[in-house]
Design a protein around this ligand. Sequence first.
Ligand SMILES: N[C@@H](CCC(=O)N[C@@H](CS)C(=O)NCC(=O)O)C(=O)O
Length: 214
Amino acid sequence: MRKFSSFEWVPDFARGHVKEMRVRWALEEAGLPYREMRLTQEEKAGAPYLQLQPFGQVPCFEDGEVSMFESGAIVLRIAEQSEALMPRDAQGRARTMSWVFAALNSVEPEVAHLAAIDLFHEGEEWARLRRPGAVENVLHRLRQLAGWLGDRDYLEDRFTAGDLMMTTVLREVRQEEVLVQFPTLRAYRERCEARPAFRQALADHLAIYAQAAE
Ligand SMILES: N[C@@H](CCC(=O)N[C@@H](CS)C(=O)NCC(=O)O)C(=O)O
């Protein structure tokens, strides 16, 4: 049975955005059954969990054959086992992997930098000075992404793990001043979020915190 880690509690701003969502969504797309390993804040820093995830983060993943960590690597592992996430031909596989890495390495760093400024450093002098440059870097990447996407539904000719990963990164762009400039990316994100697998994953993820509040 496949198993991944999640947190039994996270602050409000993180709900719906914890990186285990990527794994949950991938497993739903693939139609593979799974179990969760819900961690307390103490457990994530404990020696047993650090054997599974050296940085004390979620998600980690086990499937009976491998034990691994890093959401991108885990999603690719699941994609290897499901054509729903990655075509079987060499070119299709290569393009899927390219987009997974593009989301994580080319787009996410800029998005995460701006998010950190707005979520964690609002009002600090350095953040006020840095913010315009950080916004411009996000705009630049999103202009390039929108240019590639054009009027396509997905990054390639069908939905892949690359779209899954890119959507989770675009979900971190919460600045209306940025979003308003990219109607096609907003529509792309919403198209991916409308997939039944995403909706199921999000509902199951949010249910953790609804239970915690009871
Ligand atoms: N690069 C890692 C990042 C994972 C990550 O940032 N996880 C966050 C939750 S979204 C976490 O566990 N934060 C707790 C911590 O860093 O102590 C991945 O993609 O799996």
